[in-house]
Design a protein around this ligand. Sequence first.
Ligand SMILES: *[C@@H]1O[C@H](CO)[C@@H](O)[C@H](O)[C@H]1NC(C)=O
Ligand SMILES: *[C@@H]1O[C@H](CO)[C@@H](O)[C@H](O)[C@H]1NC(C)=O
Ligand SMILES: *[C@@H]1O[C@H](CO)[C@@H](O)[C@H](O)[C@H]1NC(C)=O
Ligand SMILES: *[C@@H]1O[C@H](CO)[C@@H](O)[C@H](O)[C@H]1NC(C)=O
Ligand SMILES: *[C@@H]1O[C@H](CO)[C@@H](O)[C@H](O)[C@H]1NC(C)=O
Length: 864
Amino acid sequence: MEGVTVRVGLLGLLLACVTTATTNKNRDWDIYSFHVNSTVTSRYATTIITSRVANRIDQSQEIEFHVKIPKMAFISKFKMTIEGQTYDGVVKQKEEAQQQYTQAVSRGQSAGIVSSVGRTLEEFKTSVTVAALSKVTFELTYEELLKRRLGKYELLIHARPMQPVADFKIDVYINERPGINFLEIKGGLSTKELAKAITKTHASSEAWVHFYPSKEQQSQCDSCGEQGLNGDLVIVYDVHRNTSMGELKESKGYFVHHFAPSDLPRIPKNVVFIIDRSGSMHGRKMEQTREALLKILVDLAEDDHFGLITFDYSVSTWKKELLPANQQNLEAAKSFARHIHDRGATDINAAVLEGTAMLNRNPREGSASLLILLTDGDPTTGETNLEKIHKNVKEAIGKKFPLYCLGFGMDVNFEFLEKMALENSGVGRRIYEDSDAALQLQGFYEEVATPLLTDVQMVYVGGANLTQTNFSQYYNGSEIVVSGQITDNNIETFTAEVIATSKSNRVMYSETIPTDEPIEARPDSHIQRLWAYLTVKQLLDKEVQSSGKAKEKVKKEALDLCLKYGFVTPLTSMVVTKPQGEASQVAHKPKEGEKPSGPMPGFSGPRFSFMSGQAGYPGEQNYHHQRKHTSTHAHTIGIHMRLCLHVYVHILSTIVNDNYLSPSLRFLLPAEGQALPLCYDIPVALSLRLLKDPNNELSMNGQLGQSASAGYQKIVIHYKNDQHIELDTTVITFNNGQDATVFFWSLSINHETDSVSLIIRDKEVDITIGSTRILIMLYERNGIKFMWPSLRQRPTGGNIMGIMGDVLYTLRTLLWIVCVCVCVCCRDSAVDLSIRSAPTVACWLLPLQSALQGELADFTVRQL
Ligand SMILES: *[C@@H]1O[C@H](CO)[C@@H](O)[C@H](O)[C@H]1NC(C)=O
Ligand SMILES: *[C@@H]1O[C@H](CO)[C@@H](O)[C@H](O)[C@H]1NC(C)=O
Ligand SMILES: *[C@@H]1O[C@H](CO)[C@@H](O)[C@H](O)[C@H]1NC(C)=O
Ligand SMILES: *[C@@H]1O[C@H](CO)[C@@H](O)[C@H](O)[C@H]1NC(C)=O
Ligand SMILES: *[C@@H]1O[C@H](CO)[C@@H](O)[C@H](O)[C@H]1NC(C)=O
């Protein structure tokens, strides 16, 4: 126990070190103004973040602009103004932008803007060199169509300027013609302390929210500290719906129709839940699924009919047919749900086909059928060819009802699930592995719990270039949005019509654009942009579903719109040009599922296993969490600072002794939370001991290549009874002790034996041996192929040796680390190869011996 206390104390010290160093750096420049201005009209939000920064020192330095924006948004503008000169970001086709980026990299310039995806936010980061005592203004604009969920819209604004700002303002203006029904302010910044800084004005169709916290308030609130505000402001609202037809609005030849009736009776459901119980669902995921399922079952209405299917390598049904959700059946189903346990492999194909057959066998007049699949992995048994599964499922469902695919965790092939859902009128949704996973599952279910209409057809006479007009189901609390152009801008002949089936009859609404509406005085292009945004989103979904020539056509169409409207999407990138002499940077929109570039669980290399693990994705609150440690242990720092001086000398000698003549490769030693990870350099061409787990007779060794920008050329994994897996950059050789099987990296294959599961796909090999999971990725850079392993699940038990093992951090090592950070300017950067996009991350560079806490010789092997 004692050991633990000492370690926690040291953790505080380490964090203190990182914090001190960052704050010191920040004092050299000052964000004297930070404004966020968000304007929402007809649910289309345009947000501008403006940050003004002054270089306080008398020499030029690099100044960073770093913000987070909602994932659903498209960046549409970025500019920097330095010394009266404005530099605009230009949106280009991704490949073209990438080429510029690659050229910059090959010239040895780092030109990537690191961006990443969290649960709701993604990151935008850039920096520029600012002359002595000069100023810079950064301005970023992004746009999004707010989506109605569970009866409300949410506008999320994230604020974390990294310091208290003298002139800090968030202004929100909302204009909704049908009238604002309610408006609430939520999020981490809406605390008691900050309430005084928020003003909210709400007229019938307009609302204003102003958040002007003083410098003092910015550092005093709950989630804030010396580095100022850190959190979200979420504006939640809904609009009146006085007509069932909804709101039809026109401007400059474009229209948008918001349709969300709520005064209809609910339609009874036929719902089948298909639950993955494969081995990977083991533990918390399975528990959370059971918990959610139990609550969902309780929420079923008596006239709903339901079925339960669980699957691994085989498919089990609770009952052969759908049953009414009466008391007796629900009790029996709950007992079944409580006993769902994880078992084997994943046969998605058979499970979905069984669910489809079940719904098809039990048609019911006047009901709405839906299929909900929950899985956390790829198909590994039965039919595993993804294309064939898509084809089978699409044929079986035949557009008769929607299939919703929920992907649990980050290991699912989300693209596969999303495509399957989209092809069958549903949506793919990711469930993040976190303490609230059960709530996420319930939340999703709630969204589809109350069907009000089926077979919805939106018809616009005199309309052209329409977004999606046919919807298989409409649920209470959601909204159907259609936008398009009005032919010849002729409002007189334009009519809108909705034809749909409600519980008992076919309903029809019809309307023309109301001509009594006052024409808006200011030229307003937001409906046109809304149309472009929605069209691009839907084309991107369509691209996922199509192939061959059709795919190219859809892509081209989407790309043209993105370029025309300046949207940064998965097809485009923004090239940020900079003053002469500096490399331009390129901002990409990260893909859903791309891992955050920050330190996170599942990193390669040793970890501070005693650090408080923040589950899931680096939450926006991590920094706050660390600060607490800082203040608790502040008094210890003084004592240890003196010790520091002694060790300082030692470090200097280590650095001097480090062999800088031979090229070396940079490794990351991640820290958790928002603290910078540590990094260190290992000379190239060595044979390294990566992992040695004596408890499970498992070891992994790797041979580094000759190049400082590459990784491993050969990796060998040894396990029980002389069995081993040998990987080089062309083949993967699986040796069971007697004979060998060779696989190519280009294959897509699942290979399972008693003790090992090997999945090859997309230049990745996923190897599970006992409780240990290793992912090895194949990279190619500058014409050199190499591999990079990362531990996705650590071996159980202690004493794991090697570069990826549990390095034993003694008191001394931590003091070294503290000293390195405080006394030596060691901020540097490393490429994080454990993430496919290989982002460049900032890190504290440590001498090799401090990082390893031992001699390099302890981490090398003679034979792989
Ligand atoms: C916010 O931006 C809009 C559009 O650019 C502008 O009209 C408005 O004046 C701005 N509001 C504030 C408070 O700066
Ligand atoms: C819609 O109804 C609400 C309350 O019933 C009312 O306050 C609002 O003014 C109405 N809106 C319109 C555009 O008629
Ligand atoms: C739909 O939601 C509204 C509130 O948003 C509620 O008043 C209404 O009762 C709901 N309809 C059904 C059928 O549940
Ligand atoms: C929408 O549905 C109707 C009726 O099923 C069909 O005739 C029409 O072609 C569909 N439109 C689109 C764009 O799929
Ligand atoms: C629809 O889009 C096409 C291509 O952008 C354009 O040529 C056409 O004029 C648009 N139709 C209308 C009615 O505006």
